[in-house]
Structure formats: structure tokens, C-alpha cells
Design a protein around this ligand. Structure first.
Ligand code: PRT
Ligand code: ZN
Length: 283
């Protein structure tokens, strides 16, 4: 049985649960207890505060955990980062009052910076050789300059609206973060095998999300060009159409180059292009 720690409530909760569901793992936890057991996979789920997860994984109370990379780096526990999950994206940034003249990091010298991320900030400032005072607080960092507690802040930002409403501007990005899967360094062979099974499923879900299934019709004389755009998993499937000289092509296209590929397909006389989401993809 593998034990996974996920956030009890907060920004990573929904996506963590959804990921397990998409991996086909069903939990018996209707009313958020501390712990849930999967019906159909050797997995036990612990619901914890995100800040505690690195410690629990380090101690082996949990074998693996889902946590923001920002928390993982702040807690500096010797645990492995095994997979970047692609949700909970944000950045850890330094922000100063809008009215402040800011040209470069030099402008932070001698200032007081409020943060809950003192370890990461300290390392960043040392690396950049900026001598500033770090004022560690436990929350509501964004109000610190307004109430005279600090000159600047270092906090997580996603849309930027919290900074905006507090009269602050983002001036340096220290770190880009997303949710990651972490693991204890000393898992038993049996647990490693369960983790590998879980990773295969996570990978299938993530790969599927990054790809689309595409079907189109094209004149045979353009097939070579079209194949160069759509390499597919091995190679595209080609089926002749009832109309002579035409074929139907089926393949997989990556989300990132999607629109570019579609434009080129049109240039190569592709017609009737249909794009379908993929649920799971094992390559
Ligand atoms: O109770 P617990 O300790 O478990 O939760 P928490 O309150 O400490 O964490 P939570 O749920 O707020 O965040 C969990 C994780 O989500 C973080 O560690 C990040 O990895 C990730 N994440 C992604 C964020 C944000 N985006 C985010 N925007 N965490 C916090 N914020 C906050 C930020 O601190 C600021 O107050 O949202 C505000 C800024 O948002 P914008 O959209 O206004 O810029
Ligand atoms: Zn927290």
C-alpha cells in the first residue's frame, strides 16, 4: 500500500483529487476525513496542510505527496521531485509599492521585505548579492507595505490582481512554480512498483491532455506533405476514400503546435478536419 499526502483544502485540493480520478483511482472519502483508501488501487490518501507535506514525506509518514514546488523548495527537505504535474501554476515574485522608482535589484538594498518564503528569498538575495532585511510573517503579506510593516514583499502571484488591489507592482520573478509529485528517497521495492504504476497512469493522463486526435481528408498527391506535419505516434493511419485519389488520414497532434499545424494542413488541401480530445494516451 502506497501512502500519498495531498492538500486537505485549498488551491491544490481539487486538481489533486481530479488527477487521481483521471488515473482511475476511486476513493471512499465522501466527507473529507483525514484519510481515504482507494477501492481499486493500493493507495491510501492523507489530507494535510500543504506546508506539512514535505516533512511527512521526508519522515515516511507518507511515501509520496503533491505539493507546490514553492513549498518543496522552501522546506528544503531531502525528498525527490518525481513529476511536474502542470497545475497550480504561479510565480514567487518581489513586489514594491507602485509609486516606488524601481530600476534594478540594487534598489532593494537596505529595504525590509516581508514574506512567508524566507528561505527561498534569502538564497535569492545572497546569490544576487543584495543586502536587504527579510521580515518573515505568516500570512497577508500583501498588506505589509500599506501598514508600514515592510518596504516590499515577496509572495506568490498568479493573476496579479492581489498586487494590483494593494497598490503594488511586481518587479522581480524569483521562481516559476507548479504542483509536483514528491517522493521519499527510501521507498521499498514494493512501494516503488506501485509508484511506477501510478506514474504510468499520470503520464497517460498528462500526455493525452497535451495531444489531440485529428482526422482529415486529403488528395493523395499531398499525403507526403501531410505526413511530415503529422508524424503520429508511430505513423499516421491512412484509409482510402470512396472517391478516387483521396484518403482519410488519422493522427495525433500536439496541443502546442496545434494551430500552426492546422494552418499548414489547409495549405496542403486538407478538408473536413475533425479534432477530438484524447482521454488516455500510452506511448
Ligand atoms: O491550508 P494550507 O496551508 O494547506 O493552504 P495555503 O493557504 O498555504 O495554500 P493555498 O491553498 O493558498 O496554495 C497552495 C499552493 O497553490 C501554493 O503553495 C502554490 O503552489 C499554489 N498557488 C498557485 C498559489 C497561487 N497560485 C496563488 N495565487 N498559492 C497562493 N496564491 C495566493 C498568493 O499567496 C496571493 O495571496 O493568491 C494570491 C495572489 O493571487 P493573484 O491571482 O491575485 O495574483
Ligand atoms: Zn499552507
Amino acid at each position: 500500500m502506497l501512502k500519498i499526502a495531498i492538500q486537505k483544502s485549498g488551491r491544490l485540493y481539487e486538481d489533486s483529487i481530479r488527477l487521481l480520478k483521471e488515473c482511475g483511482i476511486e476513493l471512499n472519502n465522501g466527507n473529507k476525513q483525514l484519510k481515504a483508501v482507494a477501492f481499486n488501487f493500493p493507495l491510501e490518501v492523507y489530507f494535510l496542510r500543504d506546508d506539512d507535506i514535505p516533512q511527512y514525506v521526508y519522515d515516511g509518514v507518507a511515501d509520496i505527496g503533491i505539493v507546490g514546488e514553492n513549498v518543496l523548495l522552501e522546506k528544503t527537505k531531502d525528498i525527490d521531485l518525481v513529476y511536474r504535474l502542470g497545475f497550480g501554476r504561479c510565480r514567487l515574485s518581489i513586489a514594491v509599492p507602485k509609486a516606488m522608482q524601481y530600476e534594478s535589484l540594487d534598489d532593494l538594498r537596505g529595504l525590509k521585505i516581508a514574506t512567508t518564503y524566507s528561505t527561498i528569498l534569502q538564497e535569492y538575495l545572497s546569490q544576487k548579492q543584495v543586502n536587504a532585511e527579510i521580515h518573515e510573517i505568516s500570512g497577508s503579506v500583501e498588506i505589509a507595505p500599506g501598514i508600514g510593516l515592510a518596504d516590499a514583499i515577496c509572495d506568490l502571484v498568479s493573476s496579479g490582481s492581489t498586487l494590483f488591489t494593494n497598490g503594488l507592482k511586481e518587479v522581480e520573478v524569483i521562481l516559476r512554480s507548479e504542483a509536483v509529485l514528491t517522493a521519499n528517497k527510501n521507498l521499498s521495492e514494493e512501494k516503488k512498483q506501485v509508484l511506477d504504476k501510478l506514474l504510468l497512469r499520470i503520464n497517460a493522463v498528462k500526455t493525452a491532455k497535451n495531444n489531440k486526435y485529428i482526422l482529415l481528408n486529403a488528395p493523395n498527391h499531398q499525403l507526403k506533405n501531410i505526413f511530415s506535419l503529422l508524424p503520429g505516434m508511430k505513423s499516421p493511419t491512412v484509409v482510402p476514400l470512396a472517391e478516387a485519389g483521396w484518403s482519410s488520414v488519422q493522427s495525433v497532434v500536439n496541443e502546442n503546435d496545434f494551430w500552426e499545424v492546422i494552418e499548414k494542413l489547409k495549405q496542403y488541401e486538407a478538408q473536413g478536419i475533425i479534432v477530438i480530445p484524447i482521454e488516455k494516451m500510452i506511448v
